[in-house]
Ligand binder design. Structure first.
Ligand code: BGC
Length: 448
């Protein structure tokens, strides 16, 4: 996660293909020099792809808690998600773009609010819809990776206590089992929850309570006719963490009961963090509260999803401002490409399960910077693979310029631009560059 403000939590000022020909690969990068290490099995499939999330691209997610929050008078969202990228209707175009780029993996999320619009009432049509997406991927030679929960929940979940109530664990497991059963035979890779460590990271860094939260929650509760409203990013983050860890474990078991061959993991928001002098205690606290419990839980999983956007130096009270000469993203956050290799190393060291880079990207209008950032980061990743870390794949965030949560449509993470009126997709040079890089790597390492 790049910033809790963009994912829908309280704003925190300190936070945050030459297959198609044309663009060459950087000269003599490490990946061209790296020896094939134990993490790289020649001929083995390495998953190269892109990631998206339902609420950020589908559009019209009216039954979700985020939609409610986007429309209350007191909302802190810059704009509502609305039609998003209209991927609800244009998902075939999205898959075609991934295929055109020469990539072989697509991580997307299913929307709980569509699959289970009311408690216990499952939509066969919604389940069939997501099954068609998986089938289309497979027919295009693209491995689908399905995320069950990417921040959004049905509004009824929020009204029943959301992620601050252990009762959601059984609700999530039932949804996970029903969805996995519907997708059996067409998908093997599942992510249970997206970045369940993000809220607790923000909480540890938060110095004072977010003043408008009670008012916001009251307004959202009124809007859904409940006396409460509990979203993933609001409330008691320590409780949310514990509930999420329980939901992940029960969700994983439910998926495996439905699809015994499934490979299941969760994804974590992992900035590269280094303590500056005086910042050691806070650094240790973030690690103890927002990383260690998740690494421990991941030891029972098939993989751990690493999601990295930024590198921060930890000061005594918060992240330190980025050095003046640091490469920054559109939000002003430091975006060193070396952060990816660092977080992959940290995650593997503490979990000892195969690593899957399920998100990594750069919020920028400068596509040349995006290409450079991508090449350097992948160069570092290949270095870690050569050093022996088992890495299953790399998924770039994101395929499309999409709805960046409370920041609306201003941030630009996409390899493909989307016209906000017609939803026409226009590939950026970075899509071609990424495909070209992948082709070179496959050739160099004989990756399938
Ligand atoms: C989230 C995405 C988000 C991206 C960029 C990740 O934390 O999973 O939903 O768009 O960061 O901020």
């Amino acid at each position: 996660m790049s910033d809790e403000a963009t994912t829908g939590g309280p704003p925190n000022p300190n936070r945050r293909l030459a297959l198609l020909a044309g663009i060459g690969v950087a000269s003599a990068p490490a990946f061209a020099r790296a020896a094939v290490g134990v993490g790289v099995v020649p001929g083995r499939e390495f998953l190269w792809g892109v990631a998206t999330a339902a609420h950020q691209i589908e559009g019209g997610n009216t039954n979700s808690d985020y939609w409610v929050m986007e429309h209350v008078l007191e909302t802190y969202f810059k704009e509502p998600s609305g039609d998003a990228c209209d991927s609800l209707n244009r998902w075939r175009e999205d898959i075609a773009l991934i295929k055109l780029a020469g990539l072989n993996c697509y991580r997307f999320s299913v929307e709980w609010a569509r699959i289970e619009p009311e408690p216990g009432q499952f939509s066969e049509a919604a389940l069939a819809y997501y099954r068609r997406i998986c089938i289309e991927c497979r027919e295009a030679g693209i491995t689908p990776v399905v995320t069950l929960h990417h921040f959004t929940s049905p509004r009824w979940v929020a009204g029943m206590g959301g992620w601050e109530d252990f009762a959601v664990v059984d609700r999530f497991a039932r949804f996970a089992e029903r969805t996995a059963r519907a997708l059996a035979g067409v998908v093997d890779w599942f992510c249970t929850m997206n970045e369940p460590n993000a809220q607790v990271t923000s909480k540890v860094l938060q110095r004072k309570p977010w003043a408008i939260e009670p008012k916001l929650r009251a307004a959202a509760a009124r809007a859904i006719g409940s006396d409460r409203f509990h979203m993933y990013f609001l409330g008691d983050s320590f409780k949310v963490r514990d509930v999420c860890l329980a939901a992940h474990a029960k969700g994983r078991d439910a998926i495996k009961a439905a699809v015994p061959s499934a490979r299941v993991g969760m994804t974590l928001a992992l900035q590269e963090l280094t303590p500056a002098p005086g910042g050691e205690a806070l650094y240790r606290r973030v690690f103890a509260e927002a990383r260690a419990p998740f690494y421990a839980a991941a030891t029972k999983d098939d993989f751990l999803g690493v999601q990295t956007y930024n590198k921060f130096e930890m000061g005594p009270e918060d992240y330190l401002p980025a050095p003046a000469n640091a490469m920054k993203d559109m939000s002003g956050y430091p975006t060193q490409p070396g952060a990816l290799a660092a977080t992959v190393l940290e995650a593997y060291t503490h979990s000892k399960v195969p690593i899957f880079v399920t998100e990594h990207g750069n919020n920028t209008n400068d596509d040349t910077q995006r290409i450079q950032h991508l090449r350097t980061a992948i160069d570092g990743l290949v270095g870690q693979i050569a050093a022996g870390i088992p890495v299953l794949g790399y998924l770039h965030w994101s395929l499309l310029d999409n709805f960046e949560w409370s920041s609306g449509y201003i941030p630009r993470f996409g390899l493909v631009a989307v016209d906000r009126k017609t939803f026409e997709r226009t590939p950026k040079p970075s899509l071609k560059a990424y495909g070209g890089l992948v082709r070179t790597l496959r050739h160099t390492h004989r990756w399938a």
